[in-house]
Ligand binder design. Structure first.
Ligand code: GCV
Length: 650
């Protein structure tokens, strides 16, 4: 028997009540007590309700929304109503969460329905155990080209269900080497076992697919989606897969991007590729999630009309309405790549006749590698609240990706996950707030970033009110702090190429030429207006005009849309160059403040957590210092304008 030495994250049930098996009574009315998902719910209630002495009744009520629940607390019995087992399980987790957060559960009276039908985690785990953009150790799904299944797999499924996740893609979208074999007999048994564990918690297993499988596995000479032989190969393959994995949710596909194969090679469209797979998988009820992160990374970016930001819209917008019903497009939140601040992808809502879902990244690739504190939920709230103007009402990103705007059944949110096999799961213990937060938000987009942060803090630690407030505040301000000392006003990047941590102002990927920021002696920023790359025109009005004019463009995105002279006056009265200096000095100071604030938690959180986070703050401060130095001296040298406040810039 393995000794469990990994963290229970927010399911420790140890803060206010005792953990352990209990005599809590669970009753059923209209539900099958032996149902696997209800068994999981029951186990969880036994763990968390041990000393409370309330009975719980699961009652089927067809009027409750799919995967939703009602909870009616009472002195002797709490009733959880749901129309399906997932709803019942989520209701049980809600009850436990409320209890742990210190609420009086006898008074509970809630009704919940998920905001998004699909709530997914995307792992970028490779089969050798490495994780692309992983900052929390190695994979807990794979090692040495094999699948791992153990007690941690079950805990992982519990965590995911507790925050409402109902779909998990276990392997990297860059499907290479052994991962191509995941759809072969070599892995069916283990995948089946995994899908069964997931099914116990209402989660569907998904796989990332190699579009070139007909060549690599089938020995065909092409993977043209309109080729009869290729289609026949996929039909046989998908039948074989579903014979062995009947619960499989479907496939996630990255095609024609960063060296991955795709339909473009054969002069076909993204719709041709996605629909072919959609048709093949349709008889089994599966879905195809097709990513819109398609751009030509080998283009010559010195051409000022070439703009990577345009690519998603340019490739996908004209195909709107051509995608089949079981195909859904997965769109990154911004047009570039998970920067600390980007505008919302104009494709979201730009498409009106296509299933679409939002992709965000809680793996902190560009946002501090889970070394620097960066609570991302405020960013996700901004994204969801953005008005696209795709129609006169119900037009926010939240409306679009939930399916509400255009009546799509397939819709939702996915996150590139931030986990690994570190004992605390997320490298930095505080990064678990993003893991927790994404799930909670995907289930209920109305929750605020603060509510989520507070819940997570209460469930994870046992702090007095003052420290709880302090930690919530540290989380809530952390994104702005990170933004201040890294790349200002929406310019993005300036990170070390490939690793994406630490400053390299001119650092540029895929080419020896160019910069992402296009800074020169006079100014900085990318002209994406109608006189520049035309990207701003991809938005609906009035957003297009708003972004097109530097006077109306939100200042935090000014340099994303405009090339601005250093002496440009911002609304605050500061010049642009002075803003760059000030924000970097300020960000560095704030990083030091974060480190100082954390000292108050010594003895108040487990020592290993305290030490781990302390060490990371130390690294964060060094990182912020380096960013501040490098960015400020770079722009001082470019602009030759001195800091008004006379601070030392080399
Ligand atoms: C999985 C960025 C990352 C890549 C990632 C890619 C994607 O370019 O740096 O590591 O590949 O996004 O989202 O497919």
């Amino acid at each position: 028997m393995e000794v469990k030495n990994w963290s229970d994250l927010w399911l420790s049930y140890s803060n206010k009540i005792g953990a352990g098996e209990s005599s809590c009574t669970v009753m059923y009315d209209g539900f099958e007590p032996e149902n696997r998902i209800l068994k999981s719910a029951e186990k969880e209630l036994f763990k968390g309700l041990s000393e409370v002495g309330t009975a719980v009744k699961f009652r089927r009520n067809e009027a409750v929304a799919k995967e939703g629940y009602n909870i009616n607390g009472g002195k002797d019995i709490t009733v959880i109503e749901a129309s399906d087992e997932n709803g019942a399980l989520y209701g049980a987790f809600h009850l436990l969460r409320s209890l742990e957060c210190g609420e009086d559960i006898t008074e509970l009276n809630v009704s919940k329905a998920p905001s998004n039908p699909l709530r997914m985690m995307n792992h970028w785990d490779n089969m050798d155990g490495s994780i692309e953009r992983g900052y929390s150790g190695r994979s807990f799904f794979f090692e040495k080209d094999d699948i791992i299944i153990n007690e941690r797999t079950v805990d992982y499924a519990r965590f995911m269900a507790s925050i409402g996740i109902n779909g998990v893609v276990i392997n990297n979208v860059n499907v290479k080497w052994a991962a191509t074999d995941l759809i072969t007999i070599r892995f069916f048994d283990k995948l089946y076992e995994l899908s069964e564990i997931f099914a116990d918690y209402g989660i569907k297993l998904y796989l990332s697919l190699n579009f070139a499988s007909p060549i690599e596995l089938g020995g065909l000479d092409n993977c043209d989606p309109l080729d009869d032989q290729v289609i026949a190969w996929w039909k046989d393959k998908v039948k074989e897969v579903y014979d062995r994995l009947p619960n499989l949710g479907g496939f996630l596909v990255k095609a024609d991007s960063e060296g991955r194969p795709g339909p473009f090679t054969y002069g076909r469209t993204q719709a041709d590729g996605a629909n072919m797979l959609g048709d093949v998988i349709a008889p089994y009820g599966g879905i195809i999630i097709w990513r819109c992160f398609v751009y030509n990374c080998t283009q010559d970016w010195r051409d000022t009309k070439t703009d990577r930001a345009r690519a998603g819209y340019d490739y996908f917008k004209d195909l709107d309405g051509q995608y089949h019903d079981n195909v859904i497009l997965q769109i990154k939140n911004g047009p570039m790549d998970f920067q600390i601040r980007e505008p919302i992808s104009p494709l979201i809502g730009g498409l009106t006749k296509t299933n679409q879902m939002l992709e965000v990244q809680i793996a902190q690739e560009y946002t501090g590698h889970q070394i620097d504190l960066c609570y991302l939920i405020p960013m996700f709230k901004e994204i969801l609240g953005f008005k696209t103007y795709c129609q006169s009402e119900n037009d926010t990103v939240a409306d679009v990706v939930s399916g509400r705007a255009f009546g799509n059944k397939l819709a939702g949110m996915a996150a590139v996950i931030n986990t690994g096999n570190d004992l605390n799961w997320t490298g930095n213990d505080l990064a678990a707030a993003n893991l927790y937060g994404f799930g909670r938000l995907a289930y209920d987009t109305e929750l605020t970033a603060e509510e989520i942060a507070r819940e997570w803090v209460r469930l994870t630690f046992d702090l007095d009110k003052e420290l709880e407030d302090k930690l919530v505040n540290m989380l809530l301000t952390s994104r702005e702090t990170y933004e201040k000392y890294t790349s200002p006003l929406g310019i993005g990047w300036m990170v070390t190429p490939n690793t994406h941590y630490g400053p390299s102002v001119d650092g540029y990927e895929y080419s020896r030429w160019g910069t992402y920021h296009r800074a020169d002696h006079f100014g900085i920023g990318v002209d994406r207006t109608d006189k520049g790359t035309g990207y701003a025109q991809q938005y609906y009005q009035p957003n297009a005009d708003m972004y097109n004019d530097p006077k109306t463009c939100p200042e935090n995105l000014l340099l994303f849309f405009h090339h601005i002279p250093y002496d440009w006056k911002l609304k605050s009265g500061q010049t642009l160059i002075q803003y760059i200096y000030d924000s970097h000095f300020e960000g560095y100071e704030e990083a030091k403040e974060l480190q100082k604030s954390w000292k108050a938690f010594e003895g108040k959180v487990p020592q290993n957590v305290y030490n781990c986070v302390s060490h990371r703050f130390e690294l964060q401060v060094a990182n912020a210092h380096e960013w501040c130095d490098q960015v400020n001296s770079y722009f001082y040298r470019k602009s030759a304008v001195a800091d008004e406040k006379g601070r030392e810039i080399f």
